[in-house]
Design a protein around this ligand. Structure first.
Ligand SMILES: [Zn+2]
Length: 166
């Protein structure tokens, strides 16, 4: 059975990963996990996240940065997916199906989960640890972005100053 992407409604690509069959949206890199599959992966080795993220890299160029507000549908049950926060309080938003218990993970979200996993080592995550780590990660990214903007501004000024006179 070919599943269709909840984002684009195009057919998804089936990949095998650690003995689990997963369906990947070729345009956005999002991954569909049937019930229990995401949990199995979460409790496995953390290197697996990076590998899977690479494996599921989008082939297309559909921008999913700004998440569409149009409803997404379960590729198995064809009912609307509900959006929820991973571990309740993290910034990672996932789309779940109440019918079959499947989860759709957008491209990059797996990376965010991996960042938390790396921080706490091979241990199982406590929900509050994950929440704290992700909050920190979020702050770090914000700081980085602000600093980068400053660097860019500074280098632009510098370029104007050092530009040779003709
Ligand atoms: Zn479903």
């Amino acid at each position: 059975m070919i599943l269709i992407s909840p984002v684009t409604a195009n057919p998804m690509r089936r990949i095998e990963f650690n003995g689990i069959e997963l369906d990947v949206c070729p345009d956005t890199g999002g991954i569909w996990f049937d019930q229990g599959e995401l949990g199995d992966l979460l409790h496995g080795r953390r290197e697996d996240f990076e590998n899977l993220d690479r494996e599921a890299k989008p082939e297309g160029r559909i921008d999913v940065e700004s998440r569409t507000e149009s409803a997404r549908y379960c590729p198995r049950c064809n009912v609307p997916l509900y959006r929820y926060r991973y571990l309740h309080s993290t910034p990672i938003e996932l789309d779940g199906c109440e019918g079959c218990g499947g989860v759709f993970v957008d491209d990059g979200e797996l990376g965010a989960i991996a960042a938390v996993a790396r921080r706490v080592g091979g241990r199982r995550l406590l929900p509050e640890e994950a929440a704290a780590a992700l909050a920190e990660l979020h702050v770090a990214e914000e700081t980085y972005r602000t600093q980068w903007t400053l660097v860019e501004k500074a280098s632009r000024t510098l370029m104007i100053r050092i530009r040779p006179r003709i």
